[in-house]
Each structure stands twice: as C-alpha cells, then as structure tokens.
Ligand binder design. Structure first.
Ligand SMILES: O=C([O-])CC(=O)C(=O)O
Ligand SMILES: [Mg+2]
Length: 586
C-alpha cells in the first residue's frame, strides 16, 4: 500500500504529457508545479504516509474519492472541507495567539504538516503574516531556537562533516535544487552570533522565495554551516543545538566553505543560486569576492539590501527632487549593508552622470564605530572601507557628522538601535525640507529610530523607511505610512529571474535592473501618500516584474543559458510561479 502510485491532475483534465518552457526551467520534477502546463505528477505516498507528507497532504480537504483511492478511510474524520475554509480557520486560530513567537511556531508546524496550505495562507495574508515568519519574529525564534526546536528543517553542515559534504547533500530528499540560502550564523540580523541557531534565517528567507517570488518549495534548500560560536551564553546553554566550540577561522573555515561551494556545484550544477545570508562582515565580503566569478552567488545583505534601498531612494527623489548625484548620503554603519548600498548608489550615479566611480563616491560618507571614515584612518581601515575614506577632519560621532556633512539622506545600518536621536533628526530637518531617513537595522529592537520619532522630531517632514515593519503613525491628524526597506522586496524576484533564465553569474547591472523594476512599481498614488515602496500585498506582481527585468539583463549580458529567450519574460516569469492551490489526485 505504501508504494501505491499516486497521480495528481488538475480540475481541467487528465493530460498525461508535459510540455512548455517550465519543464526546461524546472528540470526533471517540474511537473509537480504549474497546473496549467504540467497537470500531473507521480508520488509514492498513500494512506498514512500521504497524510504525513507535507508536500501532498491536504488534511480534511481530501475528497471522498481520494479517501477511497488512497487508503485514507478512517484516518480522517468524516467532514470534507475546502482549502478556503481551512485557511479561514487557521487565520482565526493564529489571531488568537498573543505572542509573535506562538504564531511563528504555529506557522512552522503548518509548513511541516501541509505545505500548500501554509503558502496559501501566507500569500493571501502577506502583510499580516510576514512579520511572523520573517523579521522581526524570526530573530526571536533564532535566539530561542534550542528550546522551541521540534523538527529539523534544512541541512546542517558542521565541522564534523568535513570531507563528506557531497554525501551530506545527497542525504537531502530532493535532487533538483535551484536556490540555497546559507548562513554561518555569525551575524544574525542585528542580533550578533547565534551559531547554529541561525537556521531560522535560511528557512525564513526560503519561505519568502516561495511565497513572495514563486520559486517552488521543493527546489529550495536552507543550509546552516556550523563552525562553532563565540556566543558564550549559547555555549553554556543546555539546549544549544550546535557544536559546542569556539568558531573555527582562517584556513579551517575557508576550507569548509570551499568544500561546500564546490560540492553544491558538483551536485546541483552551475545554475543553482547560493545566497549568503547573515555572515559577519569579513567573511561576507571575502566569500562574495572569491566566488562571484566562478559560481552563481549572491549576498543578500550586501547586494539585496543595496537594490532595495536604491529603489526607495529613486522613489523618494520624486518627492525631494534632484538627481542622485545632487544628493549627499551619510551612512551610520560601514559593514555589508552600508558599503553595499553605497557602492550601488555610486555605480548608478556614475552611469547616470557619466563620471567615474571615484567621483561618485565623494557624495557618500560612512561612519563606523570609530567615527567618520576619513583618509587619515586609511592605514587601519578594512579593505572594503578604504574606497570611502575621503579627505576630512576626523569626526567622532553621528550628530557631529550630520552637522558637518549636511546629508540629504541618512541611512542606518550599524545593527545598533536608537542611534538616530532627537538631536540627529532635528539637525537633518534643519537643513532639509524633507530629510530622507532610513533606519535599516533589524529586528525592530535594533532599529535606529521608530517612525514616530522620525516624524515627530522632523515635524512630519521625514521621508521614512525602516528595515523592520512598523505600524502607520498618526501625526497632526494625518496618517503617515512608513515604508519597509527590507531586502524581502528584492531577493525573491531576483532569484526567480535567475532561475527562469538559467543564469550562471550575478552581475551588478542585474542589481540595478532589479532596483529599477521595484522603483517602477511605485505608483503616483503611493507617492502622493508619501510611500516610497509599493504595498507588500502586491509582492507577487512586483517579484514578477523584478524577475523579468533581471532575466532580460542576464540575456543582454550573455549570462542566461535557457535559450531561446522567451518573447515575454514577464508572462513567462508569472507562468513559472508556484501555485499553493491543492491539486486533485487520482
Ligand atoms: O532579514 C532581514 O530582515 C533583512 C536582512 O537581511 C538582515 O537584516 O540581515
Ligand atoms: Mg540578512
């Protein structure tokens, strides 16, 4: 009974052949997704096993006929209900939970129990539920991962697996993988080193790849590389799930990562995207530099954040006027996000104004823990900060730097909360009609300021976007809606664009293409309301546009391998997107 063959088909009919471009895009087991093109698949589960297979389980939505054919009689109560009703019931239950972590756990349980229902719920209620599967709740989940851990998700690769990573990859039940999100847990959001418990991040990011970007869940692989942790508290904690040792560094670290990157390419081919997530600065920059010309790698914290912020600034320019080059940027934080965003802004300025990158960089200033990044500090600066060391007297703190540099745009990405003080915001508002204020650090606890603070201290004039979500604010009888400049707007569509075009390398121009597509989705009406990002509820459409623009750029650059190029990339991208609707089994 266990090996009974189960076939799925759409309501429309029982075509047995598979056709269309999706097969090329998705490879061998593509037939499980797009219902209009690929109506059937074969699975080996039935009966009790079927109910416990999250990819195929429908719970009470199994029809009478399916219950007969697939040995489910007696294993379910008699009622048959629709997926819509299941969704409604679950949403009601979720709303009863008071604590965000309870909602997170309930959602993770659902993902493990009934994948389609999880994604239907998330897609249809993205605005409400995103904060619970993602920032900020995912941060708390990582902090408490050891005690809330129920079932393993994703692949754990630790120093114990050295020399055996290829074998470990083969233990994963799926053979066709298109997107991997990997962390080593050293800099989880703005929460620091959470070691092996960082797994919540790749799991959460990949849930967004599917819900927001339409990449199939079965082709997503979350990975945590465990080289130890320097978090003393975790090392002492009874429930800690990772290796109980200090972080390996240097050669030992590099060799493990190299083995991983090579094993991925060997096992899944060169079109699999490796997204680095929440690595500490030094490793993040080095890994990207080392593998960007030989592998399909993307660093979300450097490149994804850059693209989303540039899009927000593009839209903000419709309110504050002037070109990018006419503005002055000050970053509080000179790590991955800070230098990543700065570099992409400079690249865009240099293209728009036909100037050199060096010239463009002069409009951008960075502050790190030692103060303004200036040429006098050149010797001691880390490599990735050196291009930003301009001629200037040393300045020790943010408030003084704001008064000296007089930026029009202030961006926070230091991971340290509450640094945009009243003094800082008031200074910004004193020389800008509409100061652009982006406190990007995550989660909410690490945000440089709240929208309420930014609006109050700027007397309602700030153009605001934060990394973590905040509720709208009432100011002087007006409702002001804070934007969320989170890379979640970019990476799902960006990844989809790479997948549908079979791209083999990430190029900076693709980041600009993604950014332009996102800015292009901001309507006149959004701008009138002071919104510089489109509503997240439209994210599937936004992702399709980003994917189409990224894929078009990949074809233009000769980096796409799925040939010939589809005539309408937007339509093609949309047709490839995962559907969370149940299918009929026969
Ligand atoms: O996960 C998020 O919300 C954004 C991000 O990449 C980070 O803060 O590291
Ligand atoms: Mg991140």
């Amino acid at each position: 009974m266990e090996t009974t063959i189960l076939k799925e088909m759409t309501k429309g009919g029982s075509k047995l052949s598979v056709g269309g471009g999706v097969e090329d895009v998705y490879g061998e087991d593509c037939a499980t997704e797009d219902q209009s093109i690929t109506p059937w698949t074969v699975s080996i589960a039935s009966g009790y096993t079927l109910l416990r297979d999250p990819h195929h389980n429908k719970g009470l939505a199994f029809t009478e006929k399916e219950r007969d054919i697939h040995y489910l009689r007696g294993l379910l109560p008699p009622a048959v209900i629709s997926q819509e009703l299941q969704e409604k019931k679950l949403l009601h239950t979720l709303r009863q939970y008071e604590r965000p972590l309870q909602k997170y756990m309930a959602l993770m349980d659902l993902q493990e129990r009934n994948e389609k229902l999880f994604y239907k719920l998330l897609i249809n209620n993205v605005e409400e539920l995103l904060p619970f599967v993602y920032t900020p709740t995912v941060g708390e989940a990582c902090q408490k991962f050891g005690s809330i851990f129920r079932h393993p998700q994703g692949l754990y690769i630790s120093l114990k697996e050295r020399g055996k990573i290829l074998e470990v990859l083969k233990n994963w039940p799926k053979r066709t993988i298109q997107v991997i999100v990997v962390t080593d847990g050293e800099r989880i959001l703005g929460l620091g080193d959470l070691g092996c418990q960082g797994m919540g991040i790749p799991v959460g990011k990949l849930a967004l790849y599917t819900a927001l970007g339409g990449v199939r869940p079965s082709s997503c692989l979350p990975v945590t590389i465990d080289v130890g942790t320097n978090n003393e508290e975790l090392l002492k904690e009874e429930c800690y799930i990772g290796l109980r040792q200090k972080r390996a560094t240097g050669q030992e670290y590099n060799e493990l990562l190299h083995e991983f990157v090579c094993a991925v390419k060997q096992n899944y081919g060169e079109k699999v995207l490796i997204q680095f997530e929440d690595f500490a600065n030094h490793n993040a920059f080095e890994l990207l530099a080392r593998y960007r010309s030989t592998h399909l790698v993307f660093n979300d914290d450097i490149q994804g954040t850059a693209a989303v912020v540039l899009a927000g600034i593009d839209a903000a320019l419709k309110i504050v006027r002037g070109s990018l080059y006419e503005h002055t940027f000050l970053f509080h934080g000179a790590g991955e996000a800070g230098t990543g965003i700065a570099e992409l802004i400079a690249l865009q300025m240099s293209k728009q104004n036909k100037i050199t990158l060096e010239e463009a960089r002069k409009k951008i200033w960075l502050i790190d823990s030692k103060g303004l990044v200036v040429s006098e500090r050149m010797e001691s600066l880390q490599q990735f900060k050196k291009p930003w060391a301009h001629e200037h007297e040393p300045v020790k703190n943010l408030a003084d730097a704001v008064k000296e540099i007089k930026p029009t745009v202030l961006i926070g990405c230091s991971g340290i909360g509450k640094t945009f003080t009243k003094e800082v915001i008031e200074a910004m508002a004193s020389f800008n009609k509409n100061p652009v204020i982006f406190p990007l650090s995550n989660p909410t606890s690490q945000s440089e300021c709240t929208p309420e603070e930014a609006y109050t201290w700027s007397k309602g004039c700030a153009i605001f976007a934060s990394g973590s979500p905040f509720d709208p604010v009432e100011y002087n009888g007006k409702t002001l809606v804070p934007g969320q400049a989170n890379n979640a707007y970019i990476f799902p569509g960006f990844g989809l664009g790479l997948v549908i075009s079979g791209t083999i390398r990430v190029h900076d121009d693709m980041l600009l293409a993604a950014s332009e597509a996102l800015a292009g989705q901001v309507t006149e009406e959004d701008i009138r309301k002071g919104m510089i990002y489109p509503p997240i509820s439209k994210i599937r459409k936004i992702s399709a546009h980003i994917a189409a623009n990224v894929a078009a750029k990949a074809y233009e650059l000769g980096l796409a391998t799925h040939l010939p190029q589809p005539e309408n990339l937007l339509k093609f991208g949309e047709s490839c997107m995962y559907s969370p609707l149940y299918r009929n089994y026969r």
